[in-house]
Ligand binder design. Structure first.
Ligand code: PMP
Length: 356
């Protein structure tokens, strides 16, 4: 352990993000980015917001974006919080609500950053197993706890709960915050934002990184009743008053204003996903039903690690998690139709040659 570090730092287990290769010609299907660019209106707004104002600090409340999100989702501005990517919003939520004298319940297979935040903030994580179909079982979230975090749709399985199932968890934990991370919700699940008025314990987290193709801008948001938003603001204003700059605010607002573009692109990704899942099944993969911009699949005869390596040699990156229970699955992001066709061709080649 480094003698200069605070003692706590040696005990952290930092998140390892998917690789961002420096080689241009790689086909990147490993970090669930959107294969299409953001709306052209986003680019125009960022350019217009630029040069003359960068001298000045941005609005610490990012009120333009808060108002645009409130209008978009039909909630009040006091029910919206924004931050530097949903990772930061999640971090503040863990800090604000889950540092309790009881463990935080979360699915045993879910977004691995949740456990990283638990370490950072000294929260005990209690992992709740998935059922045999790799689904979150809402009936398992009633134990005494310090809170609940789920991703819906879940990652990396891609499987979504219905709103009735989410309500079941909310009702099982009326005195604890239930955080629903909806990073992938726009690709086929129902959002729980419509429930926030009925459930004072519900916090819903969104990101602009996936369906809005703005992973590089770093914008995330949370929705909940004003007492939860106030808790988040207390933590945020004890950490960094200006998580979003002028460019982030302008770009995110412009994205919300281009509804036609948003709808067209997300429909395109979902259509490609369905075709892709079908082709993978034909190649011998078991593909979980996905409500996201990725598929989670395992092959009946080939180990996931070997497939990932063979794809890498063909300049295609997919994600392989070496964690128990999912180490024989590949998580494959949905690319353009062309990228998906190249992936299928490579897999045909790999599975055929190694069987020969
Ligand atoms: N939640 C889930 C389930 C994710 O997969 C991701 C992306 N890795 C995030 C949150 C964070 O996304 P961002 O910080 O880009 O908003």
């Amino acid at each position: 352990m480094n003698t200069f570090w605070s003692p706590h730092v040696g005990k952290l287990t930092p998140y390892v993000p998917g690789e961002q290769p420096r080689i241009e010609r790689m086909i990147k299907l490993n970090t669930n980015e959107n294969p299409y660019p953001p709306s052209p209106k986003v680019m125009a707004a960022i350019e217009a917001a630029g040069a003359d104002r960068l001298r000045l600090y941005p609005d610490p409340q990012a009120i333009r974006l808060t108002q645009a999100l409130a209008a978009y989702h039909g909630v009040g501005t006091d029910e919206v919080f924004v931050g530097n990517g949903s990772d930061e919003v999640l971090a503040h939520a863990f800090h604000a609500f889950f540092v309790q004298d009881a463990p935080l319940l979360m699915p045993a297979v879910s977004y691995s950053f949740y456990q990283v935040y638990c370490r950072l903030y000294g929260i005990e994580a209690r992992l709740v197993p998935l059922d045999e179909d790799m689904r979150i079982d809402p009936g398992q979230y009633g134990a005494p706890c310090g809170g609940v975090v789920i991703a819906n749709p879940n990652a990396p399985t891609g499987i979504a709960l219905t709103l009735d199932e989410v309500k079941r968890i909310l009702r099982a934990q009326p005195d604890r915050v239930v955080l629903v991370d909806e990073a992938y919700v726009d690709f086929g699940a129902e959002s729980a934002v419509s429930l926030i008025r009925d459930y004072p314990n519900l916090l819903v987290v969104h990101t602009f990184s996936k369906s809005r193709a703005l992973a590089g801008l770093r914008v995330g948001a949370a929705f909940g009743q004003p007492h939860l938003i106030e808790g988040l603001n207390r933590v945020k204003d004890s950490f960094n008053s200006y998580p979003l700059g002028h460019l982030e605010i302008a770009g995110a607002v412009a994205s919300l204003e281009d509804e036609d573009y948003f709808q067209a692109r997300r429909a395109q990704v979902m259509a490609t996903r369905e075709r892709q899942a079908e082709r993978l099944r034909t190649l011998g993969f078991d593909v979980l039903p996905s409500a996201t911009n990725f598929v989670f699949a395992r092959h009946s005869q080939h180990r996931a690690g070997d497939l990932a390596q063979a794809l890498r040699e063909r300049a295609i990156l997919v994600r392989h998690f070496k964690s128990p229970g999912i180490d024989n699955y590949l998580r494959i992001s949905i690319g353009t139709d062309e990228e998906c066709a190249q992936l299928v061709a490579a897999l045909e080649d790999i599975t055929a040659s190694s069987l020969a």
